[in-house]
Write a protein that binds this ligand. Sequence first.
Ligand code: ADP
Ligand code: MG
Length: 404
Amino acid sequence: MVGYRSGRPQNTTMVRLTERGLKPPERYPVAPEHPLILGIETSCDDTACAVIDGAGRVLASVVSSQLAAHRPYGGVVPEIASREHLKNWPAVSAEALRVAGIELPDVDAVAATRGPGLVGSLLVGLSLGRGIARGLEVPFHGVHHIEGHLVSPFLDAELGAASVAPERFHGLVISGGHTSLLDVRDGQVSSMVETRDDAMGEVFDKVGKRLGLDYPQGPRVDELAEEGEPDPRPFSVARAKGELFFSFSGLKTQALRAIEQLERDGVLSGASAHGNGEDLPAATRDLLAGFRRTAVDQILDRLERSHSARPIDLLAVSGGVAANRLLRRELVSWADRSGVDLRLVPLIYSGDNAAMIAFAALERQRHGFVGDSEIAPASRLPFDKLPPEHAVLERNADRHQETP
Ligand code: ADP
Ligand code: MG
C-alpha cells in the first residue's frame, strides 16, 4: 500500500472572519461522543475510511492512495481501481478503527459515497458500507460525493469539533471532475455556475501530462508555476456573457499550443517523460505560471460577478484544486476586499477523503434524516435534489431536536 496517511492531521488552515462582524457558525457541542460515524469513500482512486464523532471531530482519517498502481498508465484505470479498493479495504478500515480507538460494534451509523464516480469503485465502498450497517443494525447513508466536499471546509484540521454548516451558504467545489459554484439552503443544493466543458483540475492534469509529468499532474503544475514568472500573453480568461459559466477547455488548448511552440523553438524537448519536471526549462515554468494565473482569474471573475448580482455572505471552498497555492492566496484577498466570510477547506481534507463523507452524514442526521432505505451506485448524480428524495426523514420531532 502506498501513500498511506493516517492519524492526526498535520496541516492547518486559516478560518477567517471578515471585518463586517460576521460570527463563525456555532461549533458542534464538544461533549457528545455519539453518534460515531464510519465513513467510506471509494469513488475514484483513493480507498478511504474515517471515523468522526457526534461533535464532528475527526477521530481517524485514513487515505490509501492508488497512485503507484495507476502511474504507469498516466491516469486512473477503472478496473485496476476497483480491484485495489478491495485489496486495500481490510488494512485501511482496520487502521481507521485502531487510530480512532474504537471497535466496529461501537459505530452508530455508516456512510459511503454513492456517486458520482466510477461505478465499479463505488460499488465496492457501498456494498461494504451497507453490509457493515446491516450487520450492526445501524443507519446507512449513501452520500453524494459533492455533498461531502461541500461540508469539508467546516471540519477542523486540529482534531477539534467541526463548525455547524450554516443553513445558508455558498460552496465552491473545484476538483478533477467538478468546477461548481453552489447555493446551499437548509441542506438543499442548487447550482449557480457550472463548467461547460472541462473541470479546472482536469485541465491542470492534462497540461501536466502533455509536459510528461507524473500523475497526478495538478499539484506539480502548481509547484512549477510557483517558480515561474507568469507570462500572460498566450492566455485569456474565457468570457461569459449573460448566463454565468466556467470554461477551461479553451485555456487548455492555449496552453497545449504554447507548449508546442516551445518545442518548435527548441526550448523544450518533445514528448519525453519529465517525472516531477525538475529538468524543465525556466520558460516552461513561466508558461505554467501564466496558465495558472489565467485559470485562477477566471474563478475570481465568476465569483465577483455572482457576488455583485447576489451578495455571498459565506463561501466554503473545497475539492482537490482548493489546495492550489495561488487560488488560496487570491481567494483570501478577494474575500477581504469583498467582505465575504471565507472558509477554505483544511489542506488535509481538500482531496478525496472519508471524513467529509462521514461528516455529511452527521449533517444529514442533524437535519432529521435517519438513513437511506435504498441505494444504488450512480456514475452521474445530479445534486439539485440533495439530500436525495429516498432518504428517510425522521418524523419524531423530539428526536429531531435531540440530534446534535
Ligand atoms: P476528484 O476530482 O476525483 O473528486 P479530488 O477532489 O481529490 O478528486 O481532486 C483531485 C484534482 O485536484 C486533480 O485533478 C488534481 O490534479 C487536482 N489538484 C490537486 N492539488 C492541486 C493543486 N495544488 N493545483 C491544482 N490542481 C490540484
Ligand atoms: Mg473529489
